[in-house]
Design a protein around this ligand. Sequence first.
Ligand code: 0O2
Length: 216
Amino acid sequence: MAVLFSGEEFVRLKADLVLYKCALNNMATRVETLVEEFSNLHESNPIEHVKKRLKSPERIAEKLHKRGCELTAENARTRLTDIAGMRVICSYARDIFSIAKVLSNQPDMKILKQRDYVGTPKASGYRSYHIILEVPIYLTDAVKRLPVEVQIRTQAMDFWAALEHKVRYRFNDEMPDSIIRSLYECSEGIAKLDKEMLNIQDIADLTRQVAPKIHH
Ligand code: 0O2
């Protein structure tokens, strides 16, 4: 059965969601700025694409309910840090860390939490770098600081996460052992692939530095 906020709490939550949306847009602008810089002022852009999403009231209610919290806007604000979420998909695994560093070094951002599931993947095989950053938003009479969860991973890791999420949902969180094992093996394969692709890229870069480009 669906869990829902009461009328009054729903109105409060909707007002808060406006602020989360502003924080998310603020973060998106920062990432777009990096993309512009990398694409136009540097040799290459490591960011393939960006996705952003605001958690719906239904999903917020579900998550609070799952954690045994009362469905209030205040609990959503104080207990959840992923109401505003962004995914930054990059070309190579090493780019993940440089992007996380560049974002978290911005002087008006505060790091609330970091999880390195690239260095230490989850038991499922999930790989991604999570960083929760507090972003300031400037209102008419106040500055609000809101958390935005940024998940940074390669295209291959993203492909894996999307499939695993879909399969998990299909099996209602009770996946057969054989599928759990296959997904884990795929995740290992993906890590190997990411590494090999990076090696090829490094060799290509090195070759470009020492030899002029061949024109046919
Ligand atoms: P949704 O709908 O994806 O947003 P938190 O839930 O963030 O408060 P925790 O335990 O620190 O608490 O979260 P964690 O482990 O950093 O994971 C947060 C998000 O990462 C999840 O959000 C997923 O999006 C993703 N994630 C984590 N583990 C896995 C995994 O094994 N497989 C896949 N496909 N994704 C994963 P939610 O809350 O599940 O919801």
